[in-house]
Design a protein around this ligand. Structure first.
Ligand SMILES: Cc1ncc(COP(=O)(O)O)c(C=O)c1O
Length: 368
């Protein structure tokens, strides 16, 4: 019995190994390990890939959200609206910017994306930003939120950590709002060899503030305008990201094929609710998530068969100990809470084979 991983980073590395080794040799020869021409080149390439004027590379995606918010002026006393169904980093970044996270449920349509109607009801005079999360690889319907943001003076900041290359109505996730943040955590569709991230924006002024905050609040060495952070990208990571970016479109296409194959293989399993893609979306399948009854038992059986299925996310933000202080009771976000109970992420990566997918579905079907 061979194990099937949730993601196969070894296969990805094999594709870029020579290019990365060559690029790293150059960095080692120059012994300049932070910033430099490789980081500037990656920022240009990623901005072009997304179709947005400015990309500011950072040390990780959580910093990128915080810094995007701070660059837009979000501060203490402000509120930011975000979905309860997301990775905890979205809420952490809001707190670190000094603001209060205001949570809303996800839509009850098997997309698990932010409920845009609930956002309208959550807006207050203190709302400084609305943060849709392009979860599992597809864009949230940002166009339904933009008029509200414009009317209320709130910024629209995309959490695009799981959606590199995804499109909505022809535009890239990350280019749909006032600013965006993404993560290049190793398991993401575009992953570094350690932590990395980036913020994106169409505004030169906002980009300049992002650059300043990420580098100790200094536009120039030893000139500190604000209390910033150290969130610069390592040069070695930029080499990896540039090499992988050249293959990202092909890898995303392979993920789409694999997702379509799961759709087909699972079409006969009545107990499985498959993920829905919103009209107008080009999904990049960061995760293929299904709803199943008795999820924890099914997960155990998959693990026992060597299949590394996962759960994204087992505890909604409002039910974590860290965010208990927000005061949302159990039952506050029923769709999110049901997703936390029932969702299961099946192995999916560009190189997954038909035989591997057939085995996943056959073990899943017999567990059900
Ligand atoms: C939706 C979402 N937001 C934010 C982050 C934070 O990114 P990082 O882990 O690079 O800080 C992640 C990934 O981990 C994520 O999946």
């Amino acid at each position: 019995m061979t194990a099937i991983p949730l993601v196969d980073l070894g296969a990805q590395h094999a594709a870029v190994a020579d290019e990365v080794a060559e690029g790293w040799q150059e960095v080692l020869a120059r012994t300049a390990f932070i910033g430099g021409p490789q980081v500037a080149a990656f920022e240009r390439e990623y901005a072009e890939f997304i179709g947005v004027p400015h990309c500011v590379a950072m040390a990780n995606g959580t910093d990128a959200i915080e810094i995007a918010l701070r660059a837009l002026g979000v501060a203490a006393g402000d509120e930011c609206i975000l979905p309860a169904n997301t990775f905890i980093a979205t809420a952490e970044a809001v707190c670190r910017a000094g603001a209060r996270p205001v949570l809303v449920d996800c839509a009850d349509d098997d997309t698990y994306l932010i409920d845009t109607e609930a956002v309208g009801a959550a807006v207050t005079p203190r709302t400084a930003a609305i943060i849709p999360v392009h979860l599992y690889g597809q864009a949230a319907p940002v166009e339904r939120l933009l008029p509200l943001a414009r009317r209320t003076g709130a910024w629209l900041v995309e959490d695009a950590a799981q959606s590199q290359g995804a499109r909505r109505n022809g535009s890239s996730a990350g280019a749909l709002g006032d600013a965006a943040a993404t993560s290049f955590y190793p398991g993401k569709n575009l992953g570094a060899y350690g932590d990395a991230g980036a913020a994106l924006t169409g505004s030169a002024d906002v980009a300049a503030r992002m650059r300043m905050i990420r580098d100790h609040g200094s536009p120039r060495k030893y000139q500190h305008e604000v209390v910033g952070v150290n969130s610069r990208l390592d040069t070695l990571q930029a080499v990896v990201l540039s090499a992988k970016l050249r293959r990202l479109a092909a890898w995303n296409a392979a993920r789409r094929l694999a997702a379509a194959r799961y759709d087909e293989l699972l079409s006969g399993c009545d107990d499985v609710i498959r993920p829905r893609t919103l009209d107008g979306n080009e999904h990049v399948w960061h995760l293929y998530t299904v709803q199943v009854p008795n999820r924890d038992r099914v997960l155990k059986e998959l693990h026992a068969a060597g299949i590394a299925a996962g759960v994204h996310y087992p505890v909604p933000i409002h039910l974590t100990t860290a965010f208990a202080g927000l005061g949302y009771p159990e039952g506050a976000f029923p769709v999110t809470e049901q997703a936390a109970r029932d969702l299961l992420s099946l192995p999916l990566f560009p190189e997954i084979t038909v035989a591997q997918q057939e085995r996943v579905v056959s073990v899943l079907a017999s567990a059900l």
